[in-house]
Design a protein. Structure first.
Length: 247
């Protein structure tokens, strides 16, 4: 284990060698510096995580996601964020928005219509409840908010400039969805030489009828992180590590 002060936790990864009989899970003892680590919240938006608000007439695609993710946001992501702030880590939000460049010919918009039944040119017009923040997870004073159009938070945004100005080397990431926006963002982070730790109980992906019962799509997304991106750990371990940081 590194001996410098910081957030000490156990990061899990997966060894996929040798072919046919992989060694499987292993762990590293990590020390994330308090001055070079950020807490990244990806696409945890939508009214409905609070008990007194819902998404009303929003497309079913979004209402279903909020209903499924409510427990994760309230019981896991929010406590992890509170722990990160208490430890002095910068908190960075990535949130979707309707970019001025999006129009009837934008392939991403047309794909959304085909596969999700959502036309973002209509559903994402401001103001809307889909991209708003519930009080339980809304950005607070001192938090950073970066808007993005596409999946990865690094694509045509100011995220990398912000992280560099903050001196960030490590990212602790949570949010949605494991295989899409969260997944592509942390993959792009690894490309840029950030060390990534995903809190594996603070994320979820949209399952298919064939994968719903066992949650296999999300399981594969987490395995991807552990094989190809960085580490995972639990929110409980992270919260404990933050409370013990510097002691």
């Amino acid at each position: 284990m590194e001996t410098s002060g910081g957030i000490r936790l156990t990061g899990r990864y997966y060894r996929q060698y040798p072919p046919g009989r992989p060694l499987g899970y292993a762990e590293d003892e990590l020390c994330l510096g308090l001055d070079d680590t950020a807490f990244l919240i990806v696409d945890v938006y939508g009214l409905g995580y609070d008990s007194d608000r819902d998404l009303g007439e929003a497309p079913e695609f979004y209402r279903t996601a909020v209903e499924r993710n409510r427990e994760i946001v309230v019981n896991y992501i929010r406590p992890a964020k509170d722990a990160a702030r208490a430890a002095g880590l910068p908190v960075v939000y990535l949130n979707n928005y309707l970019a001025p460049s999006t129009n009837e010919g934008t392939e991403w918009r047309n794909m959304s219509i085909r596969t999700c039944g959502v036309d973002v040119l209509e559903s994402w017009k401001e103001p809307n409840d889909i991209l708003a923040f519930s009080k339980v997870i809304a950005p607070e004073e001192g938090d950073y908010l970066i808007q993005k159009q596409m999946y990865s938070g690094f694509f045509e945004t100011h995220l990398e400039s912000l992280l560099k100005s903050l001196g960030v080397r490590n990212l602790v990431a949570v949010g949605f969805d494991t295989r899409i926006c969260l997944g592509t963002t942390v993959t792009d982070a690894m490309y840029r030489n950030y060390r990534v730790v995903v809190l594996r109980d603070c994320c979820r992906t949209n399952e298919y009828p064939e994968t719903e019962a066992e949650g296999w799509a999300n399981w594969l997304g987490i395995r991807f992180f552990e094989c190809n991106v960085g580490y995972t750990c639990t929110s409980e371990a992270f919260v404990t590590a933050c409370s013990e940081a510097g002691t």
